[in-house]
Design a protein around this ligand. Structure first.
Ligand code: BTN
Length: 271
């Protein structure tokens, strides 16, 4: 493995990204902090205080990173890219947004990255990254403020980095780092990875706002890590994952018939 140089270039990448993205997102602010509790928590707080401009907040370290379903997201023992994109959005239908985010990241990063519904990035059945999407009301406006939090492991996390986390309870293998995915010849820095993923993410989220999940469904299916696998649902049921329905729900063939699972009701793992 090539040791990546220091990430001092993160700010330079952030400046270039600001120039590149400001036309699409007028008023965009991109901020890089050495440490913050959680980039999602910070942007959600700001939104509740009425700061609802398009914002990218990148943290070199998070002290209280949050994952889905109330779990912690630990990145203190290995290098990771942790950032949140916040912006006002008013899609006709919100379902599928987190799937689009995962797909966008996977497409920007590597052809072999797969998506474990609803929004984990997997490489060879090992979790490389996760997404936490949250929204807040915006007073007297039709949009909601959406905060899209992205955590990508750059280095391979040690097992101690993942106590009580999905990597141990929901994934069959130890988590992976992008350094493994991209190979020894690629030096992986936070700045490089942010520059790889952010322009595509902004474009895909804006397309989702206008067109919904439909245009992304086929590409998701091509990267669907669960398709055809036996899965266990957190409500105790078992079945075979059969792709997604039109709203991005996971279809599972169970003994009782085909059911559509939504991420707000149950979690799912291969068995
Ligand atoms: C998951 O897999 O459960 C989702 C993990 C999301 C982690 C990212 S890191 C940046 C942003 N800030 C947070 O506190 N969480 C998200």
């Amino acid at each position: 493995m090539t040791l990546a140089p220091s990430d001092a270039s993160l700010r330079t990448h952030a400046e270039s990204l600001w120039v590149a993205l400001s036309a699409q997102l007028p008023g965009l602010s991109i901020e890089v902090l050495p440490t913050v509790d959680s980039t999602n928590t910070r942007l959600m707080q700001q939104a509740r205080e009425g700061l609802v401009g398009p914002t990218v907040l990148v943290a070199e370290t998070q002290t209280a990173g949050r994952g889905r379903m109330g779990k912690a997201w630990h990145t203190t023992t290995h290098r990771a890219l942790t950032f949140s994109l916040g912006l006002p959005l008013a899609p006709a239908d919100w379902s599928g947004l987190s799937l689009v985010v995962g797909l966008s990241l996977a497409r920007s990063l590597h052809p072999e990255l797969r998506l474990k519904w609803p929004n984990d990035l997997w490489w060879q059945q090992r979790k490389v990254g996760g997404i936490l999407v949250e929204t807040a009301n915006i007073a007297q406006r039709p949009e909601r403020y959406v905060v899209i939090g992205v955590g990508l492991n750059l280095d391979t996390p040690s097992q101690q980095a993942w106590p009580n986390d999905e990597a141990q309870t929901m994934a069959p293998q130890a988590p992976a780092g992008l350094c493994e995915v991209l190979g020894p010849e690629v030096a992986v820095t936070r700045g490089d990875v942010l520059s790889k993923v952010l322009p595509g993410l902004v474009a895909d989220v804006m397309r989702f706002e206008c067109e919904g999940f439909g245009p992304f469904a086929q590409a998701f299916a091509e990267r669907d890590a669960l398709a055809g696998l036996s899965v266990s649902l957190s409500d105790g049921q078992q079945g075979v994952a059969c792709g997604l329905d039109a709203h991005g729900g996971l279809q599972v063939q169970t003994a009782q018939g085909m059911m559509a699972v939504t991420s707000s009701t149950v979690s799912v793992r291969p068995c």
